[in-house]
Write a protein of this length. Sequence first.
Length: 243
Amino acid sequence: MSGHSKWHNIQKRKNAQDAKKGKIFMRHAKNIYTAAKEGGADFEMNPGLRTAVDNAKSDNMPSDNIDRAIKKATGGLDGVHYEEITYEGYGPGGVAVIVNVLTDSKNRAAGEIRHAFRKYNGNLGENGSVTFMFDRLGYIVVSNEDGSIDEDAMSMEAIEAGANDIVAGEGVYEIYTDPENFQSVRDDLRDQGYELAEAEVTYFPQTYTPLSEDNEQKMTNLIDALEDNEDTQDIHHNMEISD
């Protein structure tokens, strides 16, 4: 086992952000969209979509929101074309920020994202201006709340499926893969009956940027503003989160 656990840092940030129910629904919509885009809208043929929808329903996400996320992914909204766009820039204090959006209006999305950055002392950059500061990896979290998982057996299963690294944490195992191996590792672990608390291809900062209290509040406000945008799918940054 090696590497550095990020699970509790992720949960600390998500718990703060999830104080707003809209942010919970946004994350569910992203997971549903990703699963449907990858495997189609048939629940029987796409267990990942079924899991994403079940998780959304457990948080009382409205059926209309669920259906819309699926239709966005599968082209089921007549006359509407959605485009995936990535914006890069810097937040207050020089924090590197990546924003992934899914929009039916590129001009509207660009204007609103740019406005959010300017409002909170940030600025947008060119493509590639900050992504070099992140590693893109598959990230899977296997829940082990009751401690019943045989660590050696699970690790061997994950490595044989293509995992690069496994980190034992408190009540979880964190598994890292190359992006191209993510789906096979995730599906293999799911088929073996492991409960997956997280499963995504995401960005990991190579270094973190500490901020003053004032800039940390501005950065938090920037994240809130970006997440309140209906086009936002995901946000990545390298802010060092204080206690």
